[in-house]
Design a protein. Structure first.
Length: 280
């Protein structure tokens, strides 16, 4: 057995024992948070030990301490890339794509022709690889954030559309018949019955699209962008073998994506508090 393997096994064994003890405690918010935090810290410690003990070159895998040093040293650059990619590209495309999908879903619900004609076409377009559509949209809309927003719109539109259409049809026939006995119009039924019932599906689509939006914006920057942005920085630093900066960008993207998803999940809990999935 390699001598360097002993501290790795010791760290992993201690973490396993500690997590098992915490998981056996009565459930509370603290215990639910402690288990994933300890597990994440364990991964970071093992990563650091592997790099240092086995002298892994930085161009293959930089240590977490090296990534953190680069992260703190390049805050202005990382912030500029974050604004360019996430705020301008991903967030704007997310809002436009999800809003357009929601309106289109209501129109499809009103029109059987659109339901039979548009949804199959939408499924086909959603299956197109981003690696093929992104260069085309970059050439159409230019190299700035507008083309990245267009890529995001294409990526989030159809997942959001499919989930919303499914949600609008989630009510039972007895519920719809009851609204008819009250002489409710289509729009009254939509806003008072069908949209509230569709909210779990709508938020499911919104949560899926948070990840797709950030991925789409970053990948689109590989095919052309100004001299800023997460995708631009990653592709540039890979060519310069600056893997610590690449991992710093990945860290910012992961934190932004997690926070974005968490914000949508909090909104979902506030809106769909009545749904069984939100009950503790």
């Amino acid at each position: 057995m390699s001598p360097g393997l002993l501290p790795l096994l010791a760290v992993w064994g201690f973490s396993w024992w500690l997590n098992a003890r915490i998981a056996a405690l009565p459930k509370s918010r603290a215990t639910k948070l402690a288990v994933p935090v300890i597990f994440g810290l364990t991964i970071l410690v093992l990563w650091q030990l592997v790099v240092r003990i086995y002298d892994v070159p930085g161009v293959i895998l930089p240590a977490p301490t090296d990534i953190w040093a680069r992260l703190t040293a390049e805050v202005p650059t990382l912030w500029e890339d974050f604004v360019q990619t996430f705020v301008k590209g991903a967030l704007s495309g997310y809002v436009m794509g999800c809003a357009a999908a929601f309106v289109t879903a209501v129109l499809i619900d009103r029109s059987p022709f659109l339901q039979k004609g548009l949804l199959p076409v939408g499924n086909f377009i959603a299956a197109l690889p981003i690696i093929g559509t992104a260069p085309i949209l970059v050439m159409w809309f230019g190299f700035d954030w507008e083309s990245k927003a267009a890529v995001v719109v294409v990526m989030v539109f159809f997942p959001m559309l499919v989930n919303t259409v499914a949600g609008l049809s989630a009510t039972e026939s007895m519920q719809r018949d009851l609204m008819k006995t009250y002489a409710a119009s289509y729009w009254q039924t939509l806003f008072r019955l069908r949209l509230p019932a569709a909210m779990p599906f709508v938020f499911n689509g919104l949560k899926i699209c948070t990840t797709l939006a950030l991925i789409g914006a970053i990948v689109a920057e590989f095919f052309g962008s100004p001299i800023k942005g997460m995708g631009f920085r990653i592709s540039t630093e890979v060519g310069r073998l600056g893997l610590d900066m690449v991992w710093a960008e990945i860290t910012v993207a992961a934190l932004a994506g997690s926070a974005f998803y968490g914000a949508v999940a909090v909104a979902e809990r506030a809106v769909t508090f009545w749904h069984p999935s939100q009950r503790k």
